[in-house]
Design a protein around this ligand. Sequence first.
Ligand SMILES: C[S@@+](CC[C@H](N)C(=O)[O-])C[C@H]1O[C@@H](n2cnc3c(N)ncnc32)[C@H](O)[C@@H]1O
Length: 185
Amino acid sequence: MRKDFYFKKAKSQGYLARSIYKLFEVNKKYKLISPNSKVLDLGCSPGSWVQACLELNVKEIVGVDINEVKIEDKRFKFIKKDINKLDTKKLGKFDVVLSDLAPSTSGNKDLDVDRSINLSYTALKIAKKTLKPNGNFLVKVFQGSEFEELLKEIKKYFQFTKSYKPKSTRKSSKEIYIIAIKYIK
Ligand SMILES: C[S@@+](CC[C@H](N)C(=O)[O-])C[C@H]1O[C@@H](n2cnc3c(N)ncnc32)[C@H](O)[C@@H]1O
């Protein structure tokens, strides 16, 4: 992969991935995460969003991924698991649910979009089970024909919903984020 501006910036600032700038950008604009928030981070490896949340002074962050995360902080708890096998009852309740989940790309664009949509629906299902009333949800999705349907579905459960492509996203990328604010329980 081309080592672009944000890749180099992340490396020089000691961040684990360039995606950290997407979360900082979204959070500056929409204030999803506040100091003292309790956050669930789905698809958290290698851990740059965990680094961002810790920098934003969250109270606690629980990360889930099938791949390892090497961050030691007493506010961070890591669960090495497939999100499809998560027992949400054991997770507790959160102020914010983040999902940067992405399938490993297969080379078949339609298949990748399909897998990404499925991961986003699973993230929404988990968010509905674990968010506190008025909680916030951020989810990444690869844009395709089912995107509008997903956006419509998310809109049912939040007071404010918006799609947003951060400046730090690669121009060629199909990814877009859905920002959903104030969960209506
Ligand atoms: C783009 S990366 C996340 C980057 C992360 N936000 C960061 O800033 O470091 C997407 C992650 O989703 C994870 N993932 C994909 N499918 C998953 C699944 N079914 N269960 C758990 N994690 C999954 C991948 O292992 C990968 O680490």
